[in-house]
Design a protein around this ligand. Structure first.
Ligand SMILES: *[C@@H]1O[C@H](CO)[C@@H](O)[C@H](O)[C@H]1NC(C)=O
Ligand SMILES: *[C@@H]1O[C@H](CO)[C@@H](O)[C@H](O)[C@H]1NC(C)=O
Ligand SMILES: *[C@@H]1O[C@H](CO)[C@@H](O)[C@H](O)[C@H]1NC(C)=O
Ligand SMILES: *[C@@H]1O[C@H](CO)[C@@H](O)[C@H](O)[C@H]1NC(C)=O
Length: 166
C-alpha cells in the first residue's frame, strides 16, 4: 500500500517541522535571557533623564519593563515602544538580537549616531518607526533582509540616504 505509507511519512515530516517551527530556539535563536541582555545593552547606551527605562532591572520580569511587550506563548520581546520620551543616546547593535521583534517605535526622541545594521537580523520586523530623531549616516543596506518590513519611517533625521539600498 505505497500511497498510505507515503502519506503517513508526509504527515510525520509535517508534524516534526511544526514542532521545530514552534520551538523558539530553532526558529530564531536565543532565549528570553538573550532578550534581557539585549535590552540591558540598549539601556546602557541611552540617555534617559525621565527614567523611562528605570523599570529595566533584574527585580522585574522583562515582559513587564516599560515600553516592552512580549509574545504570550514564548515570552520573547515582540514590541519595543520608547516613542516620545525625551530619550537620547545611540541605538545599540544588540537590538539585532531581539529576534522576535515585530515592531520598533523610537519616534520623537533624541537618538543620534547610525541606525545599526544588525536590525537586518530581525526577520520578523514589520514596523520600524524612527522619525523625529537625529540618526545620521546612511540607511543600512542590511535592512533589505527584513522581508516582512511594511512600515519604515525615518523622516526628520540627519540621514544621507532616503531609501534602503537593494
Ligand atoms: C524566562 O522564561 C522563563 C519561563 O517562562 C521564566 O521562568 C524566566 O523568569 C524568564 N527569564 C527572564 C529573564 O525573564
Ligand atoms: C548580541 O549582539 C551583540 C552585538 O551585536 C553580540 O556581540 C553578541 O554576541 C550577541 N549575542 C548574544 C547572545 O548576546
Ligand atoms: C514629528 O514632529 C512633528 C513636528 O514637531 C510632529 O508634528 C509630528 O507629530 C512628529 N511625529 C511623530 C511620529 O512623532
Ligand atoms: C549584513 O548582511 C550581510 C549579508 O547580507 C552579513 O554578511 C553581515 O554579517 C550583516 N551584518 C550585520 C552586522 O548583521
Amino acid at each position: 500500500m505505497p500511497n498510505i505509507s507515503i502519506s503517513i511519512s508526509t504527515i510525520l515530516v509535517w508534524c516534526f517541522s511544526l514542532l521545530l517551527i514552534n520551538s523558539p530556539s530553532f526558529s530564531a535563536g536565543g532565549t528570553n535571557e538573550t532578550d534581557r541582555l539585549a535590552l540591558l545593552a540598549i539601556k546602557s547606551q541611552l540617555h534617559d533623564p525621565s527614567g523611562v527605562t528605570s523599570s529595566w532591572n533584574n527585580a522585574i520580569n522583562l515582559c513587564q519593563w516599560m515600553g516592552v511587550t512580549c509574545g504570550h506563548r514564548h515570552q520573547r520581546v515582540t514590541e519595543l515602544d520608547l516613542s516620545n520620551q525625551r530619550i537620547g543616546g545611540v541605538l545599540s547593535p544588540y537590538v539585532g538580537n531581539l529576534s522576535f521583534l515585530r515592531y520598533i517605535n523610537l519616534a520623537d526622541n533624541g537618538f543620534h549616531g547610525e541606525i545599526p545594521q544588525e536590525i537586518g537580523n530581525l526577520l520578523r520586523l514589520k514596523k520600524l518607526a524612527l522619525p523625529n530623531n537625529s540618526f545620521s549616516g546612511t540607511i543600512p543596506a542590511n535592512l533589505s533582509r527584513c522581508s516582512n518590513l511594511i512600515h519604515f519611517l525615518v523622516y526628520n533625521n540627519k540621514l544621507r540616504d532616503k531609501s534602503p539600498k537593494r
